[in-house]
Ligand binder design. Structure first.
Ligand SMILES: CC(C)(COP(=O)(O)OP(=O)(O)OC[C@H]1O[C@@H](n2cnc3c(N)ncnc32)[C@H](O)[C@@H]1OP(=O)(O)O)[C@@H](O)C(=O)NCCC(=O)NCCS
Length: 333
């Protein structure tokens, strides 16, 4: 699925926000839990710490402050919001959606609310659909959120996955664009034939939670890391190139690259493919680990707060996740 604005963006990001819990789990903490080392985690992933919730914390509790910050920056009131799209694979309940809890928390009584499940690419999917809703005239103010409580589905005995993930939320308010600033192009892709490489099977209709014979491990993340790695490197590079092409933006004109913070080596490979120098590659994986759908909006929110995204900045966002799913966007601020 592709969107090309031909220099006339339909929508722009008017505000961004993020939230990460205070509690920190370091590589040294993990050394005491599983057979791993700070050295292995740092060199193979780039991760040093991750922020994690207290058990029982709901995804909507992280999404709400992130959304409020985005709304503050955008200067919108809860009643102004027409639509709330939440990307998550670790929502509060199986149903209703996490978006409806967020709607209630914010008092966004005029908003239609729903979740999108597209794993780590989910946030860029919501951004695309927000743009489409505004483009079609169905909505004027869309709140998009990526939020994960990944610690709720981690197997703390599996060293190949438990060292990778953290909890966080990121949000943006998307409104109509009046000039050449906004979402210039986006691209979404899916390949459902590779679902076995990364998933959490338990709790759905295939392996219902009430079936006591299903092992607890089936309610946690399963990943064939090295195979996912190869696909992620290829697809993220390809997706970024496609979105740039659609936007008519040259690689040299990229001001900042936001690649899904899953592994430092994947981020670096994507930057190399795009010939983007390190100083233009935003990284916060060392602090938060892989926060799945929250990864891109968390990175963008932090970069904005640090003054790295300014008026006229051209940013490229690219993500890849279970499914497989992948997505990219080119945005002029
Ligand atoms: C998970 C990941 C960090 C593993 O790194 P890797 O270099 O591929 O490592 P491998 O899985 O090949 O494992 C190499 C060795 O390290 C070991 N290992 C795995 N996790 C370890 C850990 N936490 N500590 C120490 N050793 C570990 C393995 O057991 C294996 O040992 P062996 O060679 O004796 O069998 C990496 O594959 C990755 O980032 N994958 C992609 C994740 C991703 O992109 N996700 C996107 C969507 S969320």
């Amino acid at each position: 699925m592709k969107m090309k604005s031909n220099g006339k963006p339909a929508s722009r990001i008017a505000g961004m926000g993020w939230f990460a819990p205070d509690k920190i789990l370091t590589n040294t903490d993990l050394e005491r839990m599983v057979d791993t080392s700070d050295e292995w985690i740092t060199t193979r992933t780039g991760i040093k710490r991750r922020h994690i919730v207290e058990p029982g914390t709901r995804a909507s509790e992280l999404a709400t402050p992130a959304a409020r910050s985005a709304m503050d920056e955008a200067g919108v009131n809860p009643e102004d919001i027409d639509m709330i799209l939440v990307a998550t694979v670790t929502g509060d309940y199986k149903f209703p959606s996490t978006a409806i809890f967020l709607q209630a928390n914010l008092g966004a009584k005029n908003a239609v609310a729903m979740d999108i499940s597209a794993a780590c690419a989910g946030y860029l999917y919501t951004l695309h659909f927000a743009d489409m809703m505004i483009r079609s005239g169905q909505a004027k103010t869309v709140l998009v959120v990526g939020v994960e409580v990944l610690t709720s589905m981690i197997n703390w005995k599996d060293r190949s996955t438990c060292v990778l993930f953290g909890d966080a939320a990121g949000a943006a308010v998307v409104v109509p664009s009046a000039d050449n600033r906004g979402i210039l192009a986006s691209y979404l892709g899916t390949d459902g034939s590779l679902a076995d490489l990364l998933n959490c099977p338990g709790g759905g209709s295939a392996y219902p939670a009430m079936n006591r014979e299903i092992p607890m491990e089936d309610f946690t993340i399963h990943m064939k890391g090295n195979e996912v790695f190869k696909h992620a490197v290829k697809k993220m590079g390809d997706a970024a190139v496609i979105a740039l092409d659609l936007a008519g933006i040259e690689k040299n004109d990229i001001d900042l690259l936001f690649a899904h913070q899953a592994n430092m080596r994947i981020i670096d490979a994507t930057a190399k493919r795009l010939k983007v120098p390190q100083k233009k590659v935003f990284k916060n994986i060392q602090e938060y680990g892989n926060t799945s759908t929250a990864s891109i909006p968390l990175a963008m929110g932090e970069a904005r707060q640090k003054g790295l995204i300014t008026d006229d900045s051209v940013v490229v966002c690219v993500a890849f996740g279970g499914g497989f799913t992948w997505a990219s966007s080119v945005i002029r601020f």
